[in-house]
Design a protein around this ligand. Structure first.
Ligand code: DGY
Length: 314
């Protein structure tokens, strides 16, 4: 009997033939259907395929009583209620590593764009506003030789450090563990915020990191600093960030993630010194295809009785 697999939406690259031939795949259309339809169509599924955009909790699993494995497209797992999955004996897999470079590239792109006012210049030209450019026209901030504070020093944070060291930046990081990476200095978060010219967030969203960049911490950032966030929106107090961007305490921000996606607060959309992208840190053809491939590999492993390659441990 083929194992039944239910995918809540389509993944890039389609289903590899070696997977399609050994499982009974259901769902997998463009966009996720309403929950009642997922429950009706996935009732007998043993594996559930989701993405970082899809909430997975007791309410979803109530209607999917046969699910034993949730394979998620993406490295972040804050959309999955992990304690609930553990209680239910459901294995969760994710797709680490393959998106490290693409996400760090995006963080560096936002850092540079925010520092050099790339989007402001682009908007100005498109609006026909580039006329007389005096010596102080559209001045940005220098990147070379400045201090970058990296919050969360796992794979992506370390990849960001490698990129930044190519720009001659001094690297500080805050992390629960000493990573022992040459050329970097571990420091307390408040000191990092007070002394960094640029701060880039790379921590996962957990109870410990929700609101980590609170109003008080944003107020404690070095005046004129630039904040980059490619991790998760709820790590930052967006109202406090909008205040700091409006009153110029922060020079700029580069944001790929928001608290309530796809909703972006009007005040951030109105801030000319914020560079905004729609949660596409890992969004390259190569990386997204590799992420999908990893999901299908996990499905194949389950279907052929092998243990998961990337199991998320609570
Ligand atoms: C993830 O993988 O968690 C990202 O946010 C999407 O690539």
């Amino acid at each position: 009997m083929k194992k039944i697999v239910y995918a809540v939406r389509a993944l890039p690259g389609g289903v590899p033939p070696e997977v399609a031939s050994v499982v009974d795949l259901r769902g997998g259309e463009g966009r996720p259907p309403p929950r009642e339809r997922i429950h009706a169509e996935g009732r007998e599924a043993e594996v559930l395929v989701v993405t970082y955009l899809d909430r997975v909790d007791d309410a979803l699993l109530e209607g999917l009583p046969s699910v034993r494995q949730v394979s998620s497209y993406g490295v972040g797992v804050n959309h999955v209620d992990l304690p609930a999955m553990e209680r239910r004996g459901v294995v969760v897999t994710n797709t680490p590593d393959v998106l490290t470079d693409a996400t760090a590239d995006m963080a560096m792109a936002l850092l540079l764009a925010a520092a050099r006012r790339v989007c402001e210049g682009d908007r100005l030209i498109r609006a026909g506003g580039w006329r007389d450019a005096g010596p102080e026209f559209l001045l940005g901030r220098e990147v070379t030789g400045k201090t970058l504070g990296i919050v969360g020093f796992g794979r992506i944070g370390q990849a960001m450090a490698r990129r930044a060291s190519g720009f001659g930046m001094r690297i500080l990081y805050s992390s629960p563990r000493d990573a022992g990476v040459p050329g970097t200095t571990r420091t307390d978060l408040d000191l990092l915020l007070a002394t960094s010219d640029f701060v880039s967030l790379h921590c996962p969203l957990t109870d410990a990191t929700r609101d980590l960049l609170s109003r008080e911490r944003i107020a404690g950032m070095k005046p004129g600093a630039i904040l980059v966030n490619t991790s998760r929106g709820p790590v930052v107090d967006e109202e406090a960030l909008a205040d700091a961007l409006e009153d110029g305490r922060l020079f700029a921000a580069g944001l790929d993630v928001f608290r309530d996606e796809p909703r972006v607060p009007d005040r951030l959309r109105a801030a000319g010194n914020a560079v905004l992208t729609p949660h596409v840190g890992s969004g390259t053809v190569e990386t997204r295809t590799a992420m999908a491939r990893m999901v299908w590999d996990e499905v194949l492993r389950r279907a052929t009785g092998r243990p998961p390659a990337h199991r998320v441990v609570v």
